[in-house]
Ligand binder design. Structure first.
Ligand SMILES: [Cu+2]
Ligand SMILES: [Zn+2]
Length: 170
């Protein structure tokens, strides 16, 4: 453990202060309502201003599931209601099919294949690490059903299946 931390520190030093300042990175460990590990999410700022989000899932039942960033970084199972609604800015409605959509925390559905494992990457425009790391934090949520991309306020995506709190990568 100590050795790994030293290696990380050296890597940061090698990258120099410019890189460190420009690319904040946040990660979340995903768990289901029974606290079983189900994957990870990584959100990294890029020079373009877009957030690069990488989701890696494992041991998830085959299906199509809504994926969002939720406004509160608190994952209390089994229902994960503690994470609140979608991460959103003033005047935003839910979903890309809404005229005033989407919420800044809305992402495309994840299609999990039969083997239960998938990795997907998204770009989210105009999302900075400062918005994710606000006072009450932010959670990534995968729902039990597909997001219809239009129903208010959350795409009719059903129960909350997997949750993870995004925190600065150490
Ligand atoms: Cu959601
Ligand atoms: Zn939404």
């Amino acid at each position: 453990m100590t050795r790994m931390k030293t290696a990380t520190l050296l890597a940061i030093l090698a990258a120099g202060p410019v890189m460190a300042a420009d690319s904040a990175s946040l990660t979340a460990d995903l768990a289901d309502g029974q606290n079983n590990a189900r994957g990870t999410v990584e959100a990294t700022e890029t020079p373009s201003g877009m957030m690069h989000v990488k989701i890696q899932l494992m041991d998830v039942p085959q299906g199509i599931y809504g994926a969002h960033l939720h406004e509160t970084g608190l994952c209390e199972g089994p229902d994960f209601k503690s994470a609140g609604g979608h991460l959103a800015q003033d005047g935003e409605d839910h979903g890309v099919l809404a005229e005033n959509g989407p919420h800044i925390g809305d992402m495309p559905n994840v299609h999990v294949p039969e083997n239960g494992a998938i990795t997907v990457e998204y770009f989210i425009p105009e999302l900075g690490a400062d918005l994710i790391s606000d006072d009450d934090g932010t959670a990534f949520m995968l729902h039990a059903q597909a997001d219809d991309l239009t129903s208010q306020p959350s795409g009719d995506a059903g129960d909350r299946m997997l949750c993870g709190v995004l925190a600065e990568a150490s």
